[in-house]
Design a protein around this ligand. Structure first.
Ligand SMILES: [Zn+2]
Ligand SMILES: [Zn+2]
Length: 271
């Protein structure tokens, strides 16, 4: 198994205060062979307000300093978790262009409501006793995921955590799963496959493994070939959590390889 964790944050992200070097040392300690930092650039902030820029000078300086210190102890990449690209594709493209050739990998995310609930992160809504609101949250995320994969496929390499709103819906005790949206998810996966992009198995720090086997099967049936894995760590102790299990799931679903990205091109590694 090729132990790679290509979804991880550092203090460049608004919800993380850990220096990148600490995350990288945790990756080495966990036996990770390839690691990618993917700090947040959300075109809707946690408060729902628009964002149109990313602090590339800070991100680049941190990345270069850590890379210089590491030498060849591990394969180390620079990525970005780009959220809500469909609300401002011009800004999204501009930010990605500023990443230049050093940018290896772009995760496409939808963390926020768009056009509802104050454009806040799905995390903030209260779904308790509101199955209707819960359904709307998933529909809202799928609407904009559909826009991303059909209209702006240049704005992502791998589709991050498609299950994101369900984490908070379940937190609030509402029973809903991706199986309730199977046709829409399959349509999205077909587009991802057609454009040669990947989907991500996001382990959510090892806490969210159960939804992935059926999703991986659908993706494969829709012609998908590229799958990435990430623990989405915001603390050193969470780096690579659940990745071995995620790789087993990818293999069990019939994929031969796990994918990483270099200069936004897929690199396949035999499972
Ligand atoms: Zn995310
Ligand atoms: Zn993340």
């Amino acid at each position: 198994m090729y132990l790679c964790d290509i979804h991880s944050h550092s203090r460049i992200s608004p919800d993380c205060d850990v220096p990148l070097l600490n995350m990288v040392h945790a990756a080495i300690a966990a036996g990770v062979e390839e690691f990618c930092v993917t700090d947040h650039c959300d075109l809707l902030g946690l408060d729902g307000n628009p964002v149109t820029s990313f602090d590339w000078p800070a991100a680049r300086a941190q990345y270069r300093a850590v890379k210089a210190e590491l030498g060849d102890k591990l394969i180390f990449r620079l990525g970005l978790e780009l959220g809500s690209a469909p609300i401002n594709p011009a800004a999204a493209r501009d930010i990605l262009a500023q990443g230049g050739e050093e940018l290896d990998y772009v995760l496409g995310s939808l963390h926020n409501w768009i056009g509802m609930e104050g454009n806040l992160d799905f995390y903030y809504s209260d779904y308790r006793g509101s199955p209707g609101l819960a359904r709307q949250a998933v529909e809202n995320a799928l609407d904009h995921t559909w826009a991303l994969v059909t209209r702006y496929p240049d704005c992502y390499d791998s589709l991050a955590h498609i299950v994101y709103p369900l984490r908070y819906i379940r937190r609030d005790g509402v029973e809903l799963s991706m199986a309730d949206f199977e046709d829409r998810v399959r349509a999205i996966f077909t587009e991802v496959a057609k454009s040669g992009r990947a989907i991500e198995v996001n382990t959510c720090r090892g806490t969210d493994l159960e939804p992935w086997p059926p999703l991986l099967c659908w993706f494969r049936e829709c012609g998908g070939e590229l799958v990435t894995v990430g623990a989405d760590a915001h603390r050193p102790e969470d780096v690579a959590k659940g990745i071995p299990q995620a790789l087993e799931m990818v293999k069990a679903a019939g994929f031969d390889c796990v994918t990483t990205f270099e200069q936004r091109k897929p690199v396949l590694h035999k499972l």
